[in-house]
Design a protein around this ligand. Structure first.
Ligand SMILES: Nc1nc2c(ncn2[C@@H]2O[C@H](COP(=O)(O)OP(=O)(O)OP(=O)(O)O)[C@@H](O)[C@H]2O)c(=O)[nH]1
Ligand SMILES: [Mg+2]
Length: 504
């Protein structure tokens, strides 16, 4: 497994703070603590009880700091090993000295993520839960935190284990066919096996497909503000940020480069890009700026299309309307404090379908309505598409697909194309509701599982020998198992724990 030596690291961020924590884990954790910590009042270190005392250099007896220490006996500890923590004063020098004393007494400096890795290797947490620990630390919004907490509490692990058990159950059916094919007992028909696999495909696909919105919840939604020069784009950015981030002037063509900043909107993080106004320009510098606008607009999750309601529509406005086609977005009909030259209907007439908010970027009190509309737009982006539709079936037991219909090639193709699973006869079961993944590793594992299940379905329905179907079934089980780490390699673990900080 791993060298069961004793590791040490600061568990708190480097720099100055009120308190810093130095953490030890391993078979010699208590012994090393004993060597460098003298409890006041000669009290013993009872597990899970804080004790006041002095950190001392055992070589010289010199006092290093007055501190609190606590011990936690394995296996019921963070790492599953004996763990000792010293809460010292939060100065970088003190922390370095204490870590050095621990190393002098026999500990080794921990690698990044090594405490969590040991927790995984000792079965305290599974791999998805370990990743959730890193995600909690990295969370920059409530929505990112919500996914990570859900994962830490085992929601993803439990669902994946459930699906894996169903996969293994199919394998068991196939075993029966392999072992007893000559005898006169009732075997599950191939159509039944195909239908079981079909239902699993739908369930796995729902979790797989949640990645896109999971990523938005984790990383934040990228929104690009587009519009003709002078529409008020930079004013809008400044209003949302509550700061004079971008230069605003009455000169058309003020913004030349993409300006990026982020803002919290309810539970979401929104990364805003203010851009150069879109128009035909002979100016080289401005043209480069507009190219950047287009690139930013193309990469955005959400478009904020700005129009100046005090001016008639121009060809640049029509370009902006075209940019919004088929994209999630919000249109802002700005400068409503001025006499109107155009209305929402004019934008609709040119085929724009995204919601339109009449607005004035120079009026602070309008910011609330804008934030509410943007929050709504983001919520629509990150909410599971089937939840709204599933209210009538919520709580109903998902019926096995082979009871609901006969298997047809057409249905197979539909779900192959990933079309609305709620309309497909093999609707995902309700236990998938809300489950959201946000890590590429999980998406890739689910994608391998899906591929294997689809192969198994084809093999089952084309009456291939059960041994062949079983190979694909087991490949799906292995892929699902890799999410929680039931199956894992050193390389995978290295890649995961490399991203952790020291002391985590
Ligand atoms: N009356 C009025 N003026 C506004 C409003 N919003 C912006 N302005 C003014 O319009 C002018 C242009 O605003 P900006 O925010 O610089 O416009 P922009 O879209 O960033 O322009 P470029 O960077 O040139 O593309 C400034 O003088 C703003 O004060 C509004 O709602 N009402
Ligand atoms: Mg601007």
């Amino acid at each position: 497994m791993y060298a069961a030596d004793t590791i040490v690291a600061p568990a708190t961020a480097p720099g100055i703070g009120a308190v810093a924590i130095v953490r030890l884990s391993g078979p010699r954790a208590f012994e090393i603590l004993d060597a460098i910590f003298r409890p006041a009042h000669h009290a013993d270190l009872t597990p899970r009880t804080m004790r006041l005392g002095d950190v001392v250099d055992p070589a010289t007896g010199a006092r290093i700091d007055r501190a609190l220490a606590v011990v936690m006996r394995g296996p019921a500890s963070l790492t599953g090993e004996d763990v000792a923590e010293i809460q010292c004063h939060g100065g970088p020098f003190v922390v370095r000295r204490i870590v050095a004393l621990a190393v002098g007494a026999g500990a080794r400096m921990a690698e990044p993520g090594e405490f969590t890795r040991r927790a995984f290797l000792n079965g305290r947490i599974d791999l998805a839960e370990a990743e959730a620990v890193a995600d909690i630390v990295a969370a920059r919004s409530e929505s990112a935190l919500a996914i990570a907490l859900d994962q830490l509490s085992g929601a993803l692990s439990a669902r994946v284990a459930e699906l894996r058990a169903q996969v293994v159950a199919i394998r068991a059916h196939l075993e029966v066919e392999i072992d007893f094919s000559d005898e006169d007992i009732r075997l599950p028909s191939r159509r039944e096996v195909g239908a079981e696999v079909e239902r699993l495909i739908a369930d796995v696909a729902v979790i797989h497909d949640s990645f896109a919105r999971g990523l938005l919840m984790r990383e934040g939604v990228r929104a690009t503000i587009v519009g003709k020069p002078n529409a008020g784009k930079s004013s809008l950015l400044n209003l949302l940020l509550g700061a004079d981030r971008a230069i605003v002037t009455a000169i058309a063509g003020t913004t030349r480069d993409v300006i990026e900043d982020s803002v919290q909107l309810g539970p979401y993080a929104l990364v805003l890009n203010d851009t150069a106004g879109v128009r035909d320009s002979a100016d080289d510098l401005e043209r480069i700026g507009i190219e950047r606008t287009m690139r930013s607009a193309r990469d955005a999750d959400l478009l904020i299309a700005m129009f100046d309601s005090s001016r008639a529509l121009e060809s640049a406005d029509l370009d902006v309307i075209r940019l919004t086609a088929g994209r999630p977005g919000l249109a802002i009909l700005n400068k409503r404090d001025l006499p109107a030259a155009i209305a929402a209907a004019d934008l609709r007439e040119h085929g724009m379908v995204i919601p339109i908010l009449p607005f004035s970027a120079i009026q602070l009190e309008e910011a609330g309505a804008l934030r509410a509309e943007l929050t709504k737009a983001i919520a629509a982006l990150v909410s599971p598409p089937y939840l709204a539709r599933s209210s009538t079936t919520a709580g109903a037991e998902p019926s096995p697909s082979y009871l609901a219909r006969s298997f047809t090639g057409e249905a197979a193709e539909r779900s192959e194309a990933g079309e609305g699973s709620a309309t497909s006869p093999a609707a995902p079961s309700s236990s998938n509701a809300q489950l959201t993944i946000s890590r590429e590793r999980h998406r890739d594992a689910l994608s391998i599982a899906l591929g294997a299940l689809k192969n198994a379905r084809s093999a089952a329905l084309s009456m291939m020998p059960p041994e062949i179907v079983a190979v694909d079934i087991m490949a799906a089980a292995t892929a699902l198992g890799s999410i929680t780490g039931e199956v894992s390699t050193e390389d995978v673990l290295d890649a995961i724990f490399r991203d952790f900080c020291i002391g985590k």
